[in-house]
Design a protein around this ligand. Structure first.
Ligand code: NDP
Length: 506
């Protein structure tokens, strides 16, 4: 650690002390402290290539085609996976169909035991999973280690508990499994999304065909290894890797009973059209442009932490990210000044370093999308504010956290999902205006409200059109709490009792 002489700092030579908003100078930690690198150094075995996991075995794709999976922080190859097509999907659906009656006929307590074992193995192998996720996805190890992997295990634990209590979940009914579920997941929380999809389906006696995202297939395949370890019967979980072609083949397969999709609104709409009239069940967890509302009576330092957690967590690759910040006009300058100070302390860089806050953007394509939005915003006359200018690594896909002020409802920045570390700051004067502006979006996934007044919290939370409303916090997840949206953010819930509902026939 470098120590700083305060008098030197105050001269601004090291830029350590900056004027606090309306108060005494505030210590700016980013430049007052130097961190020694703390890379996660545990080696993780990664095979040169992986097949699909079908019927309890790893198999090559029918066509022999493969896809590369790379390390976004380095732009180097990590592994190669099978590139699935309709024939691979068909083999997986057949395996799932064959396994379903016996899986459903198992005593529910026995099904629960398998889920408990999966959860425990995930905990035991957590470090390995965290490193693999961080390499394949680019997210900081701090997040994969402390959020993704523990939550994935928690989802299996939670649903293991439900397996033999379904009759209590749906009193007066006799819950039956839906059958074979096709599950398509995105690249932003690869293992966690696999857990969200698989755990409730398995607990209810269904069998599954899971299609991970093209750029992040590796932790789902490692989860297949865990399924083997715990002795899960062959065909209960099948994993077909590949791109949109495999996803589309799964959606259109005639022997699928339910589709669960998480991803973009655009693809979600296509899936809804395709599934309409087929009798297949469908749940969609799509995009968002969620409001995070800060009232003048909020604890502002706490709220600034909530802004950071809301939009810069996971590089902003979060469907429920608080990407539209509404600040009461009387405190907007103070909040943006405090935000700038806090943002200067965010460390962008090597995702495997335990001190890193913001990792790599998942792919070249996503980085290009983000940069395109930034250009559009500048063309619309918005000024980019990008506090914290530390050098970025030479290779890899990087984007420093940033925000735009003075955003109006008509700007692209207020309307479209960027899916990156980019925040739009807007203002309001009255609670009524905050509600009107927050609801002025085609999406309805999440929202945040920051205020000291309990009555205001309940009044506003009840009037926000969002599936999840966080009060004096943001981006908190729990397997017992249902997650999902409405309007163009999709329909159906994942987690909690409501999440189970879409995996049973009553
Ligand atoms: P997609 O919706 O394209 O991908 C989500 C999943 O669906 C992936 O597994 C994908 O496969 C698969 N898929 C792609 N096309 C089809 C299809 N026609 N039928 C069935 N499945 C399909 O999202 P992207 O990864 O392309 O990201 C694009 C944008 O979507 C982002 O910029 C972001 O705005 C938004 N997004 C939102 C997410 C959310 O959680 N709400 C998550 C991810 C993205 P493959 O990966 O191989 O293309």
């Amino acid at each position: 650690m470098t120590t700083i002489d305060q008098s030197e700092a105050m001269t601004g030579e090291r830029g350590v002390y900056v004027a606090g908003p309306g108060g005494p100078p505030a210590l700016e930690f980013s430049r007052a402290w130097d961190y020694a690198p703390a890379p996660e150094s545990v080696p993780v075995e990664i095979a040169a290539s992986y097949g699909h996991y079908i019927g309890g075995a790893f198999v090559a794709s029918n066509s022999g085609r493969t896809l590369a999976s790379s390390i976004p922080a380095e732009e180097t190859a990590l592994s190669e996976v099978a590139r699935g097509d309709a024939a691979d999907v068909d083999a997986a659906v057949r395996a799932a169909r064959k396994a379903q009656p016996a899986w459903a006929a198992l005593p529910a307590k026995e099904r629960g035991k398998y889920l408990f074992r999966i959860a425990r193995r995930l905990q035991e192998r957590a470090r390995e999973f965290a490193i693999l996720e961080t390499k394949d996805n680019g997210k900081p190890i701090r997040e994969s280690r402390d959020v993704d992997i523990p939550l994935a295990a928690a989802h299996f634990f939670y649903h293991a508990g439900w397996a033999d209590k379904l009759a209590h979940a749906f009193p007066g009914a006799t819950p039956k499994p839906v059958g074979v579920c096709g599950q398509i997941i995105p690249w932003n929380f690869p293992l966690l999304m696999a857990a969200w999809k698989l755990a409730p389906a398995l607990a209810c006696g269904n069998t599954c065909v899971l299609k991970p995202a093209e750029t992040t297939p590796l932790t789902a395949l490692r989860l297949a290894e865990v399924m083997e370890e715990v002795g899960l019967p062959a065909g209960v979980v099948n994993i077909v890797t590949g791109d949109g072609e495999a996803g589309a083949a799964l959606v259109s397969h005639p022997d699928i009973d339910k589709i669960a999709f998480t991803g973009s609104t655009e693809v979600g709409k296509r899936i809804a059209t395709e599934v309409a009239g087929t009798g297949k069940r469908l749940t969609l967890e799509l995009g968002g442009k969620s409001p995070n509302i800060i009232f003048e009576d909020a604890s502002l330092d706490q709220a600034v932490e909530g802004i950071i957690a809301g939009i810069y967590f996971n590089q902003g690759h979060v469907c429920c990210a608080g990407s539209r910040l509404f600040v009461q006009e009387s405190v907007v300058e103070e909040v943006t000044e405090r935000l700038k100070i806090r943002m200067r302390s965010l460390r962008v860089g090597d995702p495997l370093d335990k001190n890193t806050d913001i990792g790599a953007i998942n792919s070249r394509a996503q980085l290009d999308t983000i940069e395109r939005y930034l250009d559009l915003a500048k063309q619309e006359g918005l000024e980019l504010c990008e506090p914290g200018g530390a050098a970025l690594p030479d290779s890899g896909y990087w984007r420093r956290p940033c925000f735009f002020t003075g955003v109006q409802a008509s700007h692209v920045m207020a309307r479209e999902e960027v899916f990156g570390p980019v925040l739009s700051v807007m203002t309001f004067r009255t609670p009524e205006e905050a509600i009107q502006r927050a609801n002025n979006t085609p999406y309805g996934l999440a929202a945040g409200v920051w205020t000291d007044k309990g009555s205001k919290i309940f009044e506003i939370a009840g009037r926000l059109k969002a599936g999840i409303v966080w009060l004096n916090t943001y981006n908190r997840f729990d397997p017992a709490s249902p997650f999902g949206g409405y309007k163009e953010s999709g329909f159906g819930r994942e987690g909690g009792l409501h999440g189970l509902r879409s995996y049973v026939r009553l």
